[in-house]
Design a protein around this ligand. Structure first.
Ligand code: PMP
Length: 341
């Protein structure tokens, strides 16, 4: 019989899928048959539905080992996104309590996912200053100061990048038989790009590490100007981001991110989130730059797709929502006019 004992054994070892139709490269018969190969690492196949299952396990196990998290303890984190789901899932499997603090702008659906895993969700008003006692930051600090509470803090916890150094990086190296030439990932906390990038450069310093970033975020030289793609881009420099690793940052607009995310669903049957579409759009741009060059012949580009599109059905997959922000609603013709490559 083939089975695992714990859900946690199902985290990682996600597959690589070759992207084809949406790359719009000249067909293999017309040109060089080897061309740039673009492979997507499909992280929504993790049991909690995103790449964040990896960091949740690693951060919790390290806190158990150091004694920061004791049996019966409570995990407190200000998050409502994928990290929350990963933490809630791992906490449930290991018997810890979880309290998540999130601003009131977070959708009821997202809060309900966390509650479904048995977590408690504390909702704070968005319309108060950060120094107000009811602010998101102050409430989570207060809860984390209670006895038995532990705050993972994905933006400063070294086990966030370490989880990628120890799992995601080695998986990609093994799956490509060491032939990867470029790694592309969106940057939020920077954990993914820093951990994977460090591992790959240690195996082969020639591997290029490329960050994809929403136009406006600090990683591509912005000041934190608002953008709509979720989970990536920052208005500050987190400790978990290693500034020495990326060889290049490709800036992607919201319009290109959303249009390409929708193409991935309709043309590759790959229902992923907007940050995945953003990273894949950057990988496609890179493939176009490399196509027809000597370097392009052996190029193997791996792009990490962090989560599923299920969490964004009322946003980027909804025509009214897109139209409200002035984006093309993405019938096939409209989509092809977006983007410069
Ligand atoms: N995409 C999504 C949807 C995310 O939730 C995150 C994490 N904030 C990222 C991308 C970026 O990953 P990282 O934090 O490892 O840079």
């Amino acid at each position: 019989m083939e089975y695992v004992d714990s859900l946690l054994d199902l985290i990682g070892n996600t597959p690589l899928l070759r992207l084809s139709r949406t790359l719009d490269l000249p067909s293999a018969e017309d040109t060089d048959p080897t061309g740039p190969l673009v492979l997507a690492k499909v992280e929504y196949l993790n049991p909690g539905g995103s790449v964040k299952d990896r960091i949740a396990t690693r951060m919790i196990e390290a806190a158990e080992a150091s004694g920061a998290l004791q049996p019966g303890g409570t995990i407190v984190e200000p998050t409502s996104g994928n990290t929350g789901v990963g933490l809630a899932m791992v906490a449930q499997a290991k018997g810890y309590k979880c309290v998540f603090v999130c601003p009131d702008k977070v959708s009821e659906d997202k809060r309900n996912v966390l509650r479904a895993y048995g977590a408690e969700v504390v909702v704070c008003p968005t319309a108060v200053a950060p120094e107000h006692p009811d602010s998101y930051y102050n409430v989570s600090d207060r809860l984390a100061a209670q006895p038995g509470a532990w705050k993972p803090d994905q933006y400063s916890n070294p086990h966030n990048p370490l989880s990628h150094y120890e799992t995601t990086g080695p998986e990609i190296w093994r799956q490509t038989e060491g032939r990867i030439t470029h790694f592309v990932a969106g940057v939020g906390t920077g954990g993914t790009i820093s951990g994977v990038g460090k591992y790959l450069k240690e195996q082969n310093p020639a591997v290029r590490i490329i960050g994809a970033d929403p136009a406006g975020s600090v990683y591509s030289g912005g000041t934190g100007r608002p953008y709509l793609v979720e989970g990536v881009g920052e208005d500050f420099w987190p400790d978990t981001y290693d500034r020495t690793l990326a060889d290049r940052i490709i800036e992607v607009s919201d319009a290109d991110s959303f249009a390409y995310t929708r193409r991935l669903a309709r043309e590759e049957a790959l229902l992923v989130g907007g940050s995945a579409g953003m990273a894949a759009f950057a990988a496609r741009q890179l493939a176009h730059e490399l196509a027809g060059t000597p370097e392009g012949r052996d190029a193997v580009i791996v792009v990490l797709l962090p989560d599923s599109g299920r969490g964004y059905l009322t946003k980027l997959f909804n025509d009214d929502w897109l139209a409200q922000y002035g984006f093309p609603t993405g019938d096939a013709d409209g989509v092809q006019t977006v983007g410069e490559v």
